[in-house]
Design a protein around this ligand. Structure first.
Ligand SMILES: [Fe+2]
Length: 274
């Protein structure tokens, strides 16, 4: 029996909302102003994801944090041909993964009319470095992108109607970033007491979720799903009125190693192909 997918509780025409779907064609709806994110649940996952997951979780497949900042589809493909290690997974699994990632670039090209991409990829266990946040794009670039987490814990997010004021969220972000800097400084200086105090403050800040109207209400985009979501233009990151609301989300803080891929474009936006 197919697992039911959630229905956005905030759905009402004209308001920002999150669309859950099983139909990959719906990912294109991210171009709509009132669609903040499209979460496409892929179930069952294709067979090649099983050996991929085993290779990532065991550490056999290891990809350091990498950003391809401004690459065409062909250049992305060439990068994988050169740098995706040969051996940790069977050639057919490797090919399926590369095809799948190139499909993410194709989806962005189709929705935004771009031909250059910023691709971020890594295999890593979750950390506590980053709380709820929004992702940014270069000035003038299409304010959306795609995320696929292939295994492990999914991505937490909140519904747009759960957010308080932009000011509350910016205050949380600002404090979280300052505390994270303090934690790093304490770690580098081996000041254990300071490190533990700051870590406690971060945990309390994250638990309180003071920027939410309903702090307990957090959803999760499961691993394997493809998520198209609104980003914020860097120029407007800290302004109160930045156009369509970006997706407020948080990576998991615990769990095993995951393979994560993000695609946006650095290219100025042309009119979307609707
Ligand atoms: Fe993010």
């Amino acid at each position: 029996m197919e697992m039911p997918i959630p229905v956005s509780p905030s759905f009402s025409p004209g308001c920002a909302h999150i669309l859950w779907t099983r139909d990959e064609h719906d990912l294109r709806r991210i171009v709509e102003d009132d669609v903040q994110a499209v979460i496409c649940v892929v179930a069952p996952l294709p067979d090649w994801v099983v050996p991929l997951t085993l290779a990532v979780e065991s550490g056999r497949l290891s990809i350091p944090r990498t950003v391809l900042p401004n690459h065409t589809r062909d250049e992305v493909e060439a990068w994988f041909a050169e740098f995706l290690p040969d051996g940790p997974v069977a050639p057919d699994v490797r090919d399926s993964l590369v095809d799948d990632i190139l499909e993410l670039t194709d989806r962005l090209a189709a929705s935004a009319g771009v031909s250059r991409f910023r691709l971020r990829i890594f295999t890593e266990a979750p950390t506590e470095d980053c709380g709820f946040h929004v992702d940014t794009v270069a000035p003038g670039a299409p304010p959306w992108g795609l995320l696929r987490v292939y295994n492990g814990a999914g991505t937490s997010f909140v519904e747009p109607d759960n957010l308080g004021s932009a000011g509350d969220f910016h205050r949380y972000l600002d404090r979280r970033e300052r505390l994270e800097r303090d934690r790093r400084t304490a770690l580098e200086a081996a000041r254990t007491d300071d490190f533990e105090r700051v870590a406690r403050e971060i945990a309390e800040l994250d638990a309180a979720r003071s920027f939410l109207a309903r702090p307990e209400e957090v959803f999760e985009a499961p691993a394997g799903s493809i998520v198209a979501f609104k980003h914020v233009d860097l120029r407007f990151q800290w302004t109160q009125d930045a156009g369509p609301m970006p997706w407020v989300h948080c990576s998991p803080m615990r769990g095993g190693r995951r393979l994560v891929v993000n695609v946006t474009s650095p290219e100025p936006m042309r009119p979307p192909h609707r």
